[in-house]
Design a protein around this ligand. Structure first.
Ligand code: NAP
Length: 162
């Protein structure tokens, strides 16, 4: 199963100059809680821009560069092939950005972990494909700087089975 984890501001802004526009400790804690010991997938720009290593996660980095060898991670050069191979797995693969990876993976995702950041930030990168009509909320937590929601795709098989 493919899911994604993202934090965005009221304009769907997610990044600036290769980094996060904000520093929200509670949000990072939720990211850690959701991804620890899980399979996660991220683009080369996001991986190389991480301020520190993500320990105890099984990371696959998406890169166009055939010579790219990430430290402490696997690499794939075929994002769509990866998504198609794993979309019906019982095991979850969490897409963790950035913008280009979210955009391509969005149609495959059946579940989402989203922090809706309350304040507007200066950004240069957006999660523009996100459409709230595609999702129903299953979990909601109000935090001082953001609202955290877990969502599932409205047309997902999971929902049809229930
Ligand atoms: N707010 C959040 O939750 C959040 C989460 C993650 C990241 N971010 C932010 O998002 C920004 C980075 O986003 P980004 O879009 O610039 O970079 P990105 O998605 O992290 O990585 C882009 C890299 O992946 C490669 N790539 C893209 N699609 C590919 C494919 N199908 N096959 C092989 N390689 C592929 C690109 O190659 P090409 O250059 O050839 O296209 C590029 O090298 C940063 O500011 C980061 O902090 C925010």
């Amino acid at each position: 199963m493919i899911s994604f984890s993202v934090a965005f501001d009221p304009n769907k802004g997610i990044g600036i100059k290769g980094a996060l526009p904000w520093h929200l400790k509670d949000e990072l804690k939720i990211f850690k809680r959701n991804t620890l010991y899980k399979n996660i997938l991220m683009g080369q720009t996001t991986y190389d821009g991480l301020p520190r290593k993500l320990k105890d996660r099984y990371i696959t980095v998406v890169s166009i560069d055939p010579d790219y060898v990430p430290e402490d991670a696997e690499v794939t050069h075929d994002l769509i092939g990866f998504l198609q191979e794993h979309e019906n797995d019982d095991t979850e693969y969490i897409v963790c950005g950035g913008a280009s990876i979210y955009r391509q993976a969005y149609p495959y995702a059946k579940k989402a972990y989203i922090s809706f950041v309350k304040e507007e930030y200066e950004v240069d990168t957006w999660f523009d494909v996100y459409d709230e009509n595609d999702w129903e909320v299953t979990v909601e937590e109000d935090h001082p700087d953001f609202i955290y929601r877990e969502l599932r795709r409205k047309d997902s098989t999971e929902q049809a089975v229930e």
